[in-house]
Design a protein around this ligand. Structure first.
Ligand code: 2AM
Length: 167
């Protein structure tokens, strides 16, 4: 199964992200929009791995205090457009711990540098993102989720398999 570690959003951040997608739609941009229920922040992408229980066990020593996440700006990685977050030492620390324990346990994951982003759309129909307003929105991150990703008939289906809570 395909696994990744992510933070799910509260309704304030979701609403703001949906408003950003709406603005893109109003600018006549078509493409593969992330479905509302799939909006998330990936901290580590594991990929194909058969033992989610071992992943949960491995991440048991991760320690973090609740931390703030606030939407901030937009950007693109080629034909993927994303919403960004304000810089957060705690977020980076938590992602670093997760990656450290995964590496220690020989659980494979994508080693690309952690660049916090929330994918709004893939394969947009225009080459450049129009100017859009980023609504003020924030949340306190209190848990991290182990997620399974499957391809469904109507797009990707993400299912939570377990959570790591703050101390
Ligand atoms: P994204 O965060 O850029 O949208 C499930 O596929 C999640 O893991 C998505 O959020 C996806 O991309 C992220 N991800 C990170 N690295 C990935 C990789 N190498 N392959 C596929 N998905 C990856």
């Amino acid at each position: 199964m395909r696994l990744f570690i992510a933070i799910k959003f509260n309704s304030e951040i979701k609403t703001a992200l949906l408003s950003m997608q709406e603005q893109l739609k109003r600018a006549n941009i078509c493409g593969n929009y992330t479905k509302p229920e799939n909006l998330h922040l990936t901290l580590a992408f594991i990929g194909e791995y058969g033992d989610p229980d071992y992943v949960m066990e491995t991440l048991e020593p991760v320690r973090f205090r609740p931390f703030e996440l606030a939407l901030d700006g937009v950007g693109s990685f080629g034909r993927l457009w994303w919403a960004g977050l304000s810089a957060s030492v705690e977020l980076h620390n938590t992602a670093a711990q997760i990656r450290h324990f995964l590496a220690d346990a020989n659980i494979p994951f994508d080693r690309k540098k952690f660049s916090p982003h929330i994918t709004l759309i893939r394969e947009p129909s225009k080459p450049a993102m129009p100017a859009i307003e980023v609504p003020a929105a924030s949340m306190t991150a209190e848990e991290i989720s182990l997620m399974r990703s499957e391809r469904g008939r109507n797009g990707m289906i993400y299912t939570g398999l377990g959570t790591i809570r703050h101390i």
